[in-house]
Design a protein around this ligand. Structure first.
Ligand SMILES: CCCCCCCCCC/C=C/CC(=O)SCCNC(=O)CCNC(=O)[C@H](O)C(C)(C)COP(=O)(O)OP(=O)(O)OC[C@H]1O[C@@H](n2cnc3c(N)ncnc32)[C@H](O)[C@@H]1OP(=O)(O)O
Length: 292
């Protein structure tokens, strides 16, 4: 797997920034400061043109505004570079993504809360409607927003059997927004979605496979990447424009929902999440996670 420097340069603002800073600082000091790790890494394979995009926000890849923003920029960069495909995975050995960063929603000022949600909306839309094939190589737990990212890809390969996946919002006393529901329904159908979402159930990888929530189960990350590459390779001979327009057509409900309802959806989020009892619930949940 080779990193194509030219591609990375145009994809990651962070990469340009850190290179620029470290080379100029080297003139003035012996020890340049260690550049910050990007929140999302991207490696583009020279031969296949497929990008492995790795969430890299330890410990649990919770999705905050900077990470979502970085992911969105990378997806846009891949679009601009006419990418052949994208595999989304995690640098953690046990967590794909713990979902939305609860700290972004807890006692947050309204402007930050609003920026957080609009970044989530636009990042999701960029991923969901991306023209290139997308696969989630789910190499760890994927609750809530982690499950949403997976569902927004076209194919899901999960490392099993011990990790779990699902939209668990109701268990937290919050509500999965309609576009989360559409994503789940795209994959599971109406009845199973209703059952899964009203209970907020998390599924083990074998359960998820049986249900169709994931498409394949493997035993490690390397196998997950190989399976993902195989899925993407089958599109090599399909004309990209026909593929893109077909994907958009199949996903029209979700795309249209978001395009038509961005402001209402933001308002619903703000109204719900700023309620005192919801804030209290998030606070208690965070405390329970920290107490573990
Ligand atoms: C008409 C409808 C209108 C609707 C309007 C909108 C409504 C709002 C919708 C909001 C949607 C939200 C979706 C979400 O994604 S909410 C987030 C849900 N996530 C979870 O429930 C997962 C919680 N985490 C875990 O279960 C576990 O952490 C894990 C992922 C299984 C990993 O376990 P592990 O043992 O490895 O790690 P720890 O639990 O010890 O965690 C390490 C530290 O990370 C902190 N942490 C974990 N998850 C989060 C998170 N999501 N946000 C912020 N911080 C998180 C945890 O507290 C530990 O912190 P510490 O090191 O300081 O102790």
């Amino acid at each position: 797997m080779a990193v194509v420097f030219r591609t990375c340069k145009s994809l990651s603002k962070n990469a340009i920034f850190t290179r620029g800073i470290s080379s100029s600082l080297r003139l003035h000091s012996q020890k340049p400061p260690t550049p910050p790790e990007p929140l999302v890494n991207v490696d583009v394979d020279d031969k296949s043109g497929v990008a492995v995009v790795t969430l890299n926000r330890p410990p649990v890849n919770s999705l905050n505004t900077p990470l979502l923003s970085e992911l969105k920029n990378i997806i846009k960069g891949l679009e601009d570079n006419k990418s052949r495909g994208m595999i989304l995975t995690s640098s953690s050995e046990t967590v794909f993504s713990a979902g939305l960063d609860l700290m972004e929603m807890y006692n947050a000022p309204k402007d930050k809360l609003s920026a957080f949600w609009t970044t989530l909306q636009s990042t999701w839309l960029a991923l969901y409607r991306s023209s290139f094939p997308t696969v989630a190589a789910i190499n760890g737990h994927a609750p809530a927003g982690g499950c949403l990212l997976s569902l927004s890809c076209e194919y899901r390969v999960m490392v099993g059997p011990k990790f779990s996946i699902g939209l668990n919002e109701t268990q937290l006393g919050i509500v999965a927004p309609p576009w989360f529901v559409i994503c789940m329904r795209d994959v599971l159908g109406h009845r199973q979605t209703e059952m899964a979402l009203t209970s907020g159930r998390m599924f083990s990888a074998p359960e998820a496979l049986k249900l169709g929530l994931i498409d394949a189960m493997v035993t490690n990350k390397a196998e997950a990447i190989t399976e993902a590459q195989k899925f993407i390779a089958q599109f090599a001979k399909i004309p990209p424009l026909a593929r893109k327009l077909t994907k958009e057509s199949v996903r029209q409900e979700g795309i249209k929902y978001m395009e038509d309802n961005m402001i209402d959806d933001l308002q619903m989020f703000m109204d719900l999440v700023t309620q005192e009892k919801i804030q209290k619930g998030i606070g208690l949940y965070l405390a329970s996670l920290k107490k573990k």
